[in-house]
Design a protein around this ligand. Structure first.
Ligand code: ADP
Ligand code: MG
Length: 245
């Protein structure tokens, strides 16, 4: 595997059901994501974006094909090894935040580090630092229910970074947010990108897609188009998503 590729998929497939009910959710995907690259994935509802992300991050196993993450083939790992890999090499951000409601912001953020075996002191130190980084140091002891949607998602991003993952996978991270909150989260992803974090973001938000190095378009389980955006080609993106350049 090319050492610059943090993530690589080859011939990746996922089928649900069988017979006449068979759904080819992911249907032969080849993908390389280089270190430090941000890739946006766009496509209509039901085209397989979430399934693809789950396969790439080892949340689910493929029906066929290969996934390589941080130099290691993960599609054939057993449940234990896969769990370890997910905790240390991947950070997930979901549309619905998926925070633990009974834990405070800082407790949510330190949880992955604790699960990965870090000492409570080290985990807490890292969590406080991450909350500072996402601009929520003053909300560390708040429960998620006392935070706005944008703040919750920033806590979720901080949690995703807890173990310094090789890659962050985000599934419609602004899908549940109003426009102001979406902007906060968008800025955060931009800063992560600038800091060199490797990112794959599934999004319907053209503004998020515009921050990516590459925009990939998905239809019926397959990647059908790719646009390279690096180099200030926002006019190109405008044409692609049907906005004014
Ligand atoms: P997207 O995220 O692009 O909206 P999904 O990956 O959620 O698409 O779904 C792709 C296809 O796979 C859809 O037809 C969906 O109904 C189907 N699908 C997704 N998850 C499951 C599942 N657990 N069981 C059966 N079908 C599923
Ligand atoms: Mg989805």
């Amino acid at each position: 595997m090319n050492d610059r590729a943090v993530l690589r998929a080859r011939g990746l497939r996922k089928e649900y059901g069988k017979g006449t009910g068979l759904v080819r959710a992911v249907d032969g995907v080849d993908l390389d994501v280089a270190a430090g690259e941000t890739v946006a994935v766009m496509g209509p509802s039901g085209c397989g974006k979430s399934t693809l992300l789950q396969l790439l991050g080892g949340l689910d196993g493929p029906s066929g094909g290969e996934v390589w993450l941080a130099g290691r083939r993960i599609d054939q790992l057993g449940e234990r090894a896969l769990g370890r890999m997910r905790r240390t090499d991947v950070g997930f951000v979901f549309q619905a935040f998926h925070l633990m409601e009974e834990l405070t912001a800082v407790e949510n953020v330190e949880l992955p580090a604790l699960l990965a075996g870090r000492s409570p002191r080290a985990a807490r130190r890292r969590a406080v630092e991450l909350l500072e980084r996402v601009g929520l140091a003053d909300r560390a002891d708040f429960l998620p229910s006392a935070l706005s949607g944008g703040q919750r998602q920033r806590v979720a991003v901080a949690r995703a970074l807890s173990n310094e993952p090789a890659i962050v996978l985000a599934d419609e991270p602004t899908g549940n947010l109003d426009s102001a909150a979406a902007t906060e989260v968008l800025r955060l992803f931009e800063r992560l990108h600038e800091a060199g974090q490797t990112l794959v973001i599934v999004t319907h938000d053209a503004r998020i897609a515009a921050t990516a190095d590459r925009l990939i378009s998905m239809r019926d389980g397959a990647l059908v188009d790719e646009t390279r955006l690096t180099g200030g080609s926002s006019g190109q993106l405008g044409a692609f998503v049907g906005l004014e350049g």
